[in-house]
Design a protein around this ligand. Structure first.
Ligand code: ATP
Length: 238
């Protein structure tokens, strides 16, 4: 069912004090897309993701996932799983206990899938340890294991590859492919354009509080590599 809109954002606005960060963001993501969300430091990528996921309340605008509006909080929150850049945890609880708790909230308990993801990310020896002992990369692996077990309609991630070792990056790419092939959709922010070039199907550029460009990767690559396109867009409109 590629082509059905999964995430719809209309006229998203957000100010911090007098600083207008988002000035009317419009974004429509279709099922099966892997959208790389790019933009300069401070452009407002994280703010946009936090508005979508409810960590920040927008000043204006409409957000819907799978046609469920953000205001229908309980149903809306089951439509996505969010992996932030900085993962906050209960330090004394084991990752295994935490993951199972989250799976229950989503109604997605699947022991077999969970076990195979734990193995694939090389976490068999640490999954029963308390999360307070985890490194930055291990917390990201734990979040990815949770995300792929839930397999929500859309997976939203802020710089998902930060802290992952090379083996985990390969595992991440394989599971991402499988997730998208089974009907999932991905939105992630990144500064790694070479990675975006390898895994994205489309790219959206945020600049001056608005989406300046939203194109398929295939079309953008006709203009050169992504780094060149990004440099041109950033410089051109500065
Ligand atoms: N809680 C906050 N209070 C005040 N200003 C904020 C807050 N959060 C973000 N900002 C400001 O909003 C702007 C956008 O920040 P945001 O973190 O969304 O950008 P970003 O595109 O994710 O940046 P980066 O690529 O550096 O992570 C920045 O100028 C930032 O200083």
């Amino acid at each position: 069912m590629v082509g059905v809109s999964v995430l719809t954002i209309r006229n998203l606005q957000k100010k911090y004090g007098q600083h207008e960060v988002l000035k009317g963001v419009e974004l429509h993501i279709k099922q099966g897309d892997v959208l790389g969300f790019v933009g300069a430091n401070g452009a407002g990528k994280t703010t946009t993701l936090h508005c979508i996921t409810g960590l920040v309340e927008q000043d204006d605008g409409e957000i819907m996932i799978n046609h469920v509006p953000k205001s229908h909080e309980i149903t809306y929150k089951k439509q996505f799983y969010f992996i932030p850049d900085t993962i906050q945890v209960f330090k004394n609880i084991s990752a295994y206990t935490w993951i199972n708790y989250v799976l229950t909230l989503y109604g997605k308990e699947d022991e077999e899938k969970l076990d195979s993801l734990i193995k694939a990310f090389g976490m068999e020896n640490s999954i029963y340890k308390s999360m307070g002992t985890y490194s930055y990369g291990m917390l990201h692996k734990m979040a990815l294991i949770t995300a792929f077990t839930i397999s929500p309609p859309i997976l939203i991630m802020d710089e998902p590859l930060n802290g992952l070792d090379p083996l985990a990056v390969v595992t991440f790419k394989n599971y991402l492919k499988e997730y998208v092939e089974s009907g999932g959709t991905v939105l992630f922010s990144t500064h790694l354009l070479d990675v975006a070039e390898k895994i994205c199907k489309s790219i959206a550029l945020l600049k001056d509080g608005e989406i300046q460009l939203h194109e398929s990767l295939e079309k953008l690559l006709q203009e050169g590599n992504l780094e060149m396109v990004f440099m041109e867009k950033q410089a051109y409109e500065a």
